[in-house]
Design a protein around this ligand. Sequence first.
Ligand code: SF4
Ligand code: SF4
Length: 149
Amino acid sequence: MAYYGNVFALPKDAERYTSNCVNGICSGCGECCTDLLPLSESELLRLRDYARAHGLKEHRQAPFFDRGAVDLTCPFRNDHTRKCEVYEVRPKICREFICSKSKEQARRDRDDYHRTHRTYSLRNEVFGNPECVNFLRGMALKLTQKRSE
Ligand code: SF4
Ligand code: SF4
């Protein structure tokens, strides 16, 4: 099931944008790769089909995995090869986002995507791992409880 909550309703000051590009070109560092992406339904279907056809396995970031914490990184990011394993079918936001833009421009672009697309957890949608969705639901519940105190 998709997660439709506004997970990006976080304090703006908590956002961190750094430019990891080299001479204005993406270095492939993967820092902007995340499990929660605004996608169209066709993009999601394409990712699912591609993952199935290529027998892709869910990647997990070792530091998160070892500590048993929630892994919010993209499950398609192979940190050993430093590659996106769905590069040829990566969604539009992955094609267009580049950290060398100004913080304000990056925020505007991101907000535009979130206005027009639903946010999905790739771990959940493609690999059936609901940890991020459960984590966000827990956070949303805590916020609701806090507001009603
Ligand atoms: S666009 Fe993303 S992957 Fe590329 S350099 Fe910036 S943070 Fe790294
Ligand atoms: S689909 Fe590829 S480019 Fe997009 S967040 Fe995942 S690893 Fe990064």
